[in-house]
Design a protein around this ligand. Structure first.
Ligand code: DGL
Length: 285
């Protein structure tokens, strides 16, 4: 009987959540490293971008979506959003009854690989001003100079499935040029939406910037966490389609998953009310 209980806990899905479509870059890595896991992905696209919201809003949404995923039977949660992790991971970890993994900008790996000792960081304004990010710099920047740039407009572009328009390229170039001029040889993608701009970044910077994206490290961390809690699913058939959910209409999610992940799956619309979204707008600060 205890074995059956353990097997049924292990066969439960892993919840992955982001303010929008960025967490799909983490989902891609999780599927590659843990092909037997069933996945439920929630994009809170109705309320993206979080990077322009106040701290209380981000905590409120992260808790509501975490609780919703627990009700769907999730055995573990990946907060696949740097902004939500920066503002809410401690509170959510304390309140949710399942183990969870957060994401944070790869300051440590970037400082380890940079030869010029100049590193660029692209992340949301909320992530960059968070105490968590400052503490990462204090601990790991060492003798590296970090040039931090808020990627205003980039999350919105990916949410529209725009990964290459002339307007997007001009915006990206305006963010990258000062880093390149200062001699940066490494770029930290501190937002899970930005790996979808990988090709655009390469078109602008060529081989001059080594890109640090932590999605594979997050998937490995999830692997260790599931092992530690005896929750790893080893019996299910590999590569099942994730259950995709969106608080918006889901059309961009379907398109991005098909175009960039080659996953042809329908997207369910879900309503996940929370204290702040029940209040009248305006809630953008
Ligand atoms: N993918 C989120 C992150 O990693 C984007 C946040 C936002 O919606 O602004 O930070």
């Amino acid at each position: 009987m205890p074995n059956e209980r353990a097997a049924s806990a292990a066969s439960a899905p892993v919840g992955i959540f982001d303010s929008g479509l960025g967490g799909l870059s983490v989902l891609r890595a999780v599927r590659a490293i843990l092909p037997h896991e069933r996945l439920i992905y929630v994009a809170d696209s109705l309320h993206a971008p979080y990077g322009e919201r106040d701290d209380d809003f981000i905590v409120d949404r992260t808790m509501a979506i975490g609780e919703w995923l627990v009700k769907q039977g999730a055995k573990a949660l990946v907060v696949a959003c740097n902004t939500a992790t920066a503002q809410s991971i401690a509170i959510v970890r304390e309140r949710l009854p399942i183990p969870l993994v957060g994401v944070e900008p790869g300051v440590k790996p970037a400082a380890a690989v940079s030869k010029s000792r100049v590193v660029g960081v692209l992340a949301t304004a909320v992530t960059l001003r968070s105490a968590r990010f400052q503490s990462l710099l204090d601990r790991y920047a060492g003798d590296c100079r970090f040039i931090c740039q808020a990627g205003h407009g980039l999350v919105q572009a990916v949410e529209r499935c725009d990964t290459s328009s002339p307007a997007l390229m001009a915006l990206l170039e305006s963010y990258l040029a000062p880093m390149l001029d200062a001699g940066a040889d490494t770029l930290v993608l501190g937002c899970t939406h930005y790996p979808f701009l990988d090709r655009a970044i390469r078109d602008i910077a060529g081989e001059r910037l080594r890109i640090v994206d932590t999605s594979v490290a997050i998937a490995r961390q999830l692997d260790r966490l599931l092992d530690a809690h005896a929750l790893k699913n080893v019996t299910a058939p590999p590569d099942s389609l994730p259950r995709f959910c969106s608080t918006a209409d889901g059309e961009s999610q379907r398109q991005l998953a098909a175009a960039l992940l080659q996953l042809d799956a329908k997207v369910e619309h879900v309503d996940i009310p929370s204290r702040r979204t029940r209040l009248a707008e305006p809630d953008i600060v």
